[in-house]
Design a binder for this molecule. Structure first.
Ligand code: B1M
Length: 212
């Protein structure tokens, strides 16, 4: 569909005004908010990610693309959250210590909220002590830690140990994700779950709470 290409182009160009206008247009066309997000806006961010990998764009281009994506996501939020349901579980989420990437984590948060979770977002660069304290404070069912750097994946391994040492391991499921993370890494560190993207993350989180 032409509108998906236009949404992707607006994000890729780092043009928040155009991204917002196209998002409004797509909403008026009654396109499912999930499709506007994934087939349009995220597809544009994927192109930027590929260009970044080939050194064809640099930090400023990436930042304005992220801005365009985030501002459009704000418009979509009410639609994604429309189903007014009671929380099916409580999640503490954040990006690992030393890691400032939050675009993917924010999408996971959005999908979790859309799936009916109450989400406590600790933001980026979160220490493992802060994660453990938040699980206790909010009596969370799930801890979800995102990492985009191979260096910060180390903290995903350490958080599993920290949760165990705090005595909370039996009451909280630990999920990890982020571009460099794999299922085998998650298995290796003893996490309960891994998901490749935001939709899969919300699906698995739901499976965990429904099974408990
Ligand atoms: Co950064 N960066 N960056 N960066 N950056 C990467 C990650 C990198 C792969 C680029 C590259 O070299 N090809 C590379 C990491 C290399 C490595 O460690 N292997 C890198 C680097 C090196 C750096 C800096 C060190 C650069 C520098 O300063 N020299 C620096 C580090 C800063 C820090 O964190 N301390 C840095 C900075 C930045 C920006 C600030 C410019 C910006 C972040 C802006 C922001 O997030 N607010 C940025 C960006 C945007 C990227 C790339 C281009 C795109 C990341 C992104 O947002 N993707 C990235 C290249 C790439 O990934 N190919 C790159 C879109 C997003 C929707 O996908 O986050 O993967 P993603 O999330 C997905 C899934 O992974 C999954 O669901 C999401 C949605 O479907 N998911 C989960 C994510 N978390 C999950 C958690 C779950 C489950 C699923 O459960 C818990």
């Amino acid at each position: 569909m032409k509108i998906f290409a236009e949404l992707a182009e607006a994000v890729e160009a780092g043009n928040p005004g155009e991204a917002i206008a196209k998002t409004k247009e797509a909403i008026e066309m009654d396109i499912a908010p999930n499709d506007i997000l994934n087939k349009g806006l995220v597809a544009g961010m994927d192109i930027i990610a590929e260009k970044w990998a080939r050194n064809e764009v640099f930090i400023p281009e990436v930042l304005v693309a992220a801005l365009a994506l985030n501002q459009s996501v704000e418009l979509l939020k009410p639609l994604l959250l429309e189903a007014d349901v009671k929380p099916i579980g409580k999640v503490v989420i954040g990006t690992a210590k030393g890691d400032l990437h939050d675009i993917g984590k924010n999408l996971v948060k959005l999908m979790l909220t859309a799936a009916g979770f109450e989400v406590v977002d600790l933001g980026t660069d979160v220490s493992n002590d802060a994660f453990v304290a938040a699980i206790k404070e909010h009596d969370a069912d799930l801890l979800m830690v995102s990492a985009l750097l191979t260096t910060t994946m180390t903290y995903q391994r350490l958080i599993v140990d920290a949760v165990r040492e705090s005595g909370l391991r039996e009451s909280v499921k630990v999920m990890v994700g982020g571009a460099p993370v794999t299922q085998s890494f998650a298995d290796d560190i003893g996490a309960d779950g891994y998901a490749v993207d935001a939709v899969a993350a919300a699906k698995l989180a739901k499976e965990f709470v429904l099974a408990s």
